[in-house]
Design a protein around this ligand. Structure first.
Ligand code: SF4
Length: 201
């Protein structure tokens, strides 16, 4: 049953859960299971307003970083991310966004530029080395258009965001070596994630 957990702590980081909507339906997404993230039920009855989100976050100076993440794709609500990140940065905390990288395609504008000066780290799920494999694994609403859009988004992010990370889930059929080459070509890090614990982007 949904309980509107907008902010939750894992280790030294505070995670913000702002939407359950997503442009993907990944085969490995924990949203497809009955379990939540640890003790947290991240299904939302209602998406938070800016005020509700900041109230749930509280004083963030005690955290190493604040991460927009949750049970869905945070950049679907990019306007909220921008406003909240501005308020959080004013408290001096580092801000990260975990995303599926489709925000540019979804909104039809340069979202990376809107995050400049507000987001310190962006972690983009690459998850495949080509459009066909991506479509099979992540089942994006926009089909094979999604993958090149993610690469373009990642390239844009390198201009505006200090740290850009691509991630890939270790999953049958995923060519990690080719993903590593894509990351190298973009000049960004690649992080390989194990499927257990995967829940968003
Ligand atoms: S893993 Fe992330 S990108 Fe994939 S469906 Fe779940 S929330 Fe969306």
């Amino acid at each position: 049953m949904a309980s509107n957990v907008y902010a939750y702590r894992i280790g030294a980081a505070l995670y913000l859960n702002i939407t359950n909507r997503c442009t993907n339906d990944c085969v490995f997404c924990v949203r497809r299971t009955e379990e939540g993230v640890g003790y947290y039920d991240l299904w939302l009855e209602k998406e938070p307003s800016l005020e509700e989100l900041l109230e749930a976050a509280g004083d963030v100076r005690r955290y190493r970083e604040v991460v927009f993440c949750g049970y869905g794709e945070p950049l679907i609500r990019v306007d909220l991310v921008v406003e909240a990140a501005r308020a959080l940065k004013a408290q001096g905390v580092s801000v990260r966004v975990n995303t599926n990288g489709q925000a540019g395609l979804y909104h039809g504008r340069n979202i990376a530029a809107e995050l400049a000066g507000l987001v310190d780290t962006i972690s983009i799920s690459l998850n495949a080395s080509d459009a066909a494999h991506y479509a099979a694994l992540c089942r994006p609403g926009q089909g094979e258009e999604a993958f090149p859009a993610i690469l373009e988004f990642a390239a844009q992010c390198t201009k505006y965001i200090p740290t850009v990370i691509l991630t890939v889930v270790r999953w049958p059929g995923v060519d990690i070596a080719r993903c590593r080459q894509i990351a190298r070509d973009l000049g960004v890090y690649l992080r390989v994630r194990e499927p257990a614990g995967t829940f968003t982007s």
